[in-house]
Design a protein around this ligand. Structure first.
Ligand code: AMP
Length: 437
């Protein structure tokens, strides 16, 4: 938990002022500010993205320059569907209830909207220490830490302080951090409630409240804590509230009704799946996807995109057995190679794959070591290998497209692999529609 580097002042902001007929007292007032050109050498000429039909660019939302610079640094060019829809409403100060799963780009959607507001609306006079302007509540420590990391990356070129308070980590250090200025606070419910009860955090100045993965907060039993936290913030009409949930069940919608004010409901539409064609010039993909969505993504990739012969790697016998069963159930021709099968059965599966009788071969890490991969058009790392050498082996086929699924656990093996291959694997959201059942 630390504060964002305050490297550069907020730079210019040139957008016109959109009018919001339902503007609430504390909601963002978009104001034109004088450009301060000398403050930053970076300008939009250094971030050119061609307009494309049916795609929103970040440029289309007139975001403040420091934010555009960070977006460019993140390697983003076009908005995901949930981002475009969220910006449309949230940048005008409106509340949003979004149905969005991990991988949809929801984190950047709410962070960019909030940071744009911070860059346009100065902090109120006499901002108190430990009184955040925006509070983001997430159900798990891992998710909160990931949001904190993204928030710091997006605010790298702005004077915005980010802090994170989560359970299971140094309480005292977090408490001390709250003695200083916090613009954006990311938190898990239990720890935040603790700090609130002990008056270490003051939630009464919250201008933006974000609830991420509301359905998981519900299923994990956090709602009573979250309710107490929300009661300490200003009324729904006096703050902006953004709520995201993988599913908008009636329970979640009921909570959204209580916590938001005239919210717009946005959803990722079921778009046609984009194709990952064999021979695609972009031959390595890294998709951020939650563990529970991985099988669905794999099934949809195999069925909806042009994947001819796919080798899927998983790190345990049990996992590859489940992948094999899931694909089989989805009507896909699949074979299995793991330490649990006899040598003869493994060779038989390998032959059937080579002869084109099987579309997919699911292989455990250990059984896959040294497996010739020249017959595959695609290799999927359902889990990243624990040994970086294995990653290189899987990426070695000359015409193979390698697809990495980066889930909650894989995030931890990624740095070692990236160091070994001396490249970064920019993670992106899976193609639209491929997480749908
Ligand atoms: P999330 O749904 O927030 O977990 O984001 C999934 C992944 O998509 C993250 O690794 C982001 O870095 C990436 N991502 C988010 N927005 C974009 C975008 N507009 N273009 C490319 N990648 C993105």
């Amino acid at each position: 938990m630390s504060e964002t580097d305050q490297t550069q002042p907020a730079a210019e902001q040139t957008q016109p002022e959109p009018q919001d007929p339902n503007q609430k007292p504390r909601k963002p007032k978009r104001r034109r500010r004088k450009p301060r050109r000398s403050q930053s050498k970076w300008n939009l000429d250094q971030f050119q993205v061609a307009p494309v039909a049916d795609q929103w660019r970040f440029h289309d939302f007139d975001l403040p320059l420091p934010l555009m610079r960070a977006i460019q640094k993140a390697g983003f060019e076009y908005c995901t569907s949930i981002q475009a829809q969220t910006f449309e409403k949230a940048l005008l100060g409106g509340d949003v209830v979004g149905r969005a799963q991990t991988g949809s780009g929801k984190t950047a959607a709410f962070l960019i909207a909030t940071l744009a507001y911070f860059l346009e609306e100065k902090a109120p006079e006499g901002q108190k220490p430990g009184a955040p302007r925006a509070v983001i509540i997430a159900p798990t420590r891992e998710l909160a830490l990931q949001i904190e990391k993204d928030a710091k990356a997006f605010s790298e070129f702005a004077r915005i302080s980010v802090a994170c308070v989560v359970g299971g980590m140094d309480y005292q250090k977090q408490r001390e951090r709250l003695e200083r200025k916090v613009d954006l606070l990311v938190a898990t419910p239990g720890r935040l409630l603790d700090f609130h009860t002990k008056r270490d955090v003051d939630l009464s100045e919250t201008e933006v409240l974000i609830l991420d993965e509301a359905d998981r907060m519900l299923s994990m039993g956090f709602i009573p804590d979250v309710k107490r936290i929300i009661r300490a913030t200003p009324k729904p009409e006096e703050r902006q509230t953004l709520l995201f949930s993988a599913e908008l069940s009636s329970d979640v919608l009921g909570l959204a009704e209580q916590w938001t004010h005239k919210a717009a409901q946005v959803e990722v539409e079921h778009e046609a799946a984009s194709t990952i064609a064999a021979g695609d010039s972009d031959t390595v993909h890294a998709y951020s996807v939650s563990d529970e969505d991985k099988l669905r993504l794999l099934i949809n990739l195999v069925k909806q995109t042009e994947m001819e012969r796919v080798v899927v790697f998983g790190n345990t016998r049990e996992l590859v057995r489940r992948i094999d069963a899931g694909l089989r159930e989805a009507g896909i021709e699949v074979g299995l190679m793991s330490g649990a099968e006899t040598q003869a059965a493994r060779l038989e599966a390998q032959d059937a794959f080579r002869n084109g009788k099987l579309q997919v071969l699911v292989v455990s890490d250990v059984a896959g070591r040294g497996l010739p991969l020249e017959d595959a058009t695609h290799v999927v790392n359902f889990t990243l290998p624990e040994v970086p050498e294995d990653y290189v082996h899987r990426a070695s086929g000359s015409d193979v497209t390698l697809i990495n699924f980066i889930g909650e656990e894989d995030v931890f093996s990624l740095p070692e692999i990236e160091a070994y291959i001396q490249e970064t694997l920019p993670r992106k959201a899976p193609p639209q529609g491929l997480l749908q059942v």
